[in-house]
Design a protein around this ligand. Structure first.
Ligand code: CA
Length: 231
């Protein structure tokens, strides 16, 4: 059965192009032009993935995302006109899985939809608990604890932290981390690695401005512990 994609966008021209591209790729497409309509449609039926524009009449896309996330783990791809919104979009407060900056090609969007669906369908890793100092990373429960207290992390933050911590002191490039995150199908913006790492540091480091757990290795990438430069 075709996976059901909900497209939420008030600009008719963009919505039409997106709908067409998704149907052409074999998806069942539902669409809404308003945030409140989108929320009602989420309640009505099984939606496998949401494409959500930020600028919407009524309830805007950021608020819609937050409300969907409050009780559902369905993948959400945000459409954004400005890359400065990236920080907000990928943050935990919102919990979107991915974003595409306008203008985008329909083909790129369809690829991102497929990558997100594939990722959402993967079995959680069976698991080990990694303990490093006060930090505890449970791969099967997908939880992170610091001094026994659970630290809420997003899917992407967990994947990056787990990858880094599974090989302490090994330096990972941004490309390696994104390829891990996207199971080899990554072709978006490498800066999102930095955003995820910044959010992670705020959650797990004692002094986020002087990180000792996730180190920056200048000109290369990141490592868990090791001799990298701070910041
Ligand atoms: Ca719009």
């Amino acid at each position: 059965m075709a996976e059901r994609i909900l497209v939420v966008e008030d600009e008719l021209a963009i919505r039409t192009i997106v709908e067409y591209a998704l149907r052409d790729a074999g998806f069942a497409v539902l669409s809404a032009s308003r945030g409140d309509d989108a929320l009602a449609m989420m309640d009505d039926g099984a939606i496998d993935l949401v494409i959500l524009d930020i600028m919407l009449p009524g309830i805007d896309g950021l608020e819609v995302c937050k409300r969907i996330r409050a009780d559902r783990s369905v993948p959400i791809i945000m459409l954004s006109a400005r890359s400065e919104e990236l920080d907000k979009v990928l943050g935990l407060e919102l919990g979107a899985d991915d974003y595409v900056t306008k203008p985008f090609s329909p083909r790129e969007l369809v690829s991102r939809v497929k990558a997100n669906l594939r990722r959402a369908g993967l079995e959680p890793e069976r698991g080990v608990v990694t303990t490093i100092g006060e930090l505890e990373i449970d791969a099967s429960a997908r939880t992170v604890r610091r001094s026994g207290e659970e630290v809420p992390v997003t899917y992407s933050e967990f994947e990056i932290l787990h990858k880094l911590a599974s090989s302490p002191r090994r330096v990972y490039t941004r490309e390696e981390l994104m390829n891990h995150l996207w199971k080899g199908s990554f072709f978006g913006d490498l800066r999102s690695v930095d955003v995820h790492v910044r959010h992670l540091r705020q959650k797990i480091e004692k002094t986020p401005s002087k990180p000792v757990l996730i180190r920056t290795v200048r000109g290369v990438g990141y490592s868990f512990g090791g001799e990298g430069a701070a910041g």
